[in-house]
Design a binder for this molecule. Structure first.
Ligand SMILES: C[S@@+](CC[C@H](N)C(=O)[O-])C[C@H]1O[C@@H](n2cnc3c(N)ncnc32)[C@H](O)[C@@H]1O
Length: 226
């Protein structure tokens, strides 16, 4: 079931995915300002999509002109990067969700700036030539806060493996972490990093860590935002 199949529910005040996701439903325009133009999303997409303004801010933090979005979901990050003028490769292991991302990209007019590849990040990443990789792996669902202190091993796939692999293949690595993430976890990678608050509607909802082996000097050609 996904939202675009239920146009009669577009004006609904009750979340079509059930009461447990009501608070995400109320933020639907924070996620996609064009939500009512036919955005496709499933229940997991709802609690994991990056809000539109956060994605656009992330695009400013990333220096690379080409980005591999390794965990694309319904397309929040990939669409924002493309709107900022980057060339994007969007990967997701869930084919249905990736199709929703492609559809959503057409709503923002940036589908031609994104190549969509269905499959496992670890298999596809070594075949993609890109400046930057964006990592937004799952945090274990809405109950992750109960952990109190979030470690790399709590990401799915394991963040230790993800960072080690990504730093072997790419120069710049962006990782979205929960606010309860323990930054000292990053020390073992011996790579300079910066950490940035992800602010949506006045609240810090997560942080984006950018690890960079060397400065990227690729010329950046800006396009009109979609
Ligand atoms: C937190 S969501 C990403 C949200 C996305 N940044 C957005 O703004 O919509 C994580 C996504 O990673 C995908 N995923 C999980 N394991 C994967 C893997 N090994 N390779 C590629 N995608 C994977 C899931 O299907 C899910 O859609």
């Amino acid at each position: 079931m996904y939202y675009a199949d239920m146009p009669q529910l577009r004006t609904s005040v009750a979340c079509p995915f059930g009461e447990s996701l009501q608070k995400y439903w109320e933020k639907r325009y924070e996620y996609f300002s064009k939500f009512d133009e036919g955005i496709q999303i499933d229940a997991e997409g709802f609690y994991s999509v990056i809000p539109e303004q956060v994605g656009l801010h992330q695009a400013e933090l990333i220096q690379g002109a080409t980005v591999l979005d390794g965990f694309a979901g319904v397309g929040g990050s990939a669409i924002a990067f493309a709107r900022a003028g980057k060339r994007v490769t969007a990967v997701d292991i869930n084919g249905e969700r990736l199709k929703m991302a492609e559809h959503n990209a057409t709503i923002y007019g940036v589908q031609n700036a994104i190549t969509f590849l269905h499959g496992n990040f670890f298999k596809i990443a070594p075949t993609v030539k890109t400046d930057t990789v964006n990592l937004d792996p799952q945090w274990g669902g809405p109950t992750y806060k109960e952990l109190g202190r979030f470690l790399l091993e709590h990401f799915s796939p394991d963040g230790n493996q993800l960072l080690e692999f990504s730093l072997q293949h790419f120069n710049e690595v962006a990782l979205r972490v929960p606010t309860i993430f323990d930054m000292s976890e990053l020390d073992r990678f011996k790579t300079p990093y910066t950490a940035h608050d992800d602010i949506s509607n006045g609240r810090i909802i997560s942080r984006t860590v950018v690890l960079r082996k060397t400065l990227i000097l690729t010329p950046h050609i800006s396009r009109d935002a979609g």
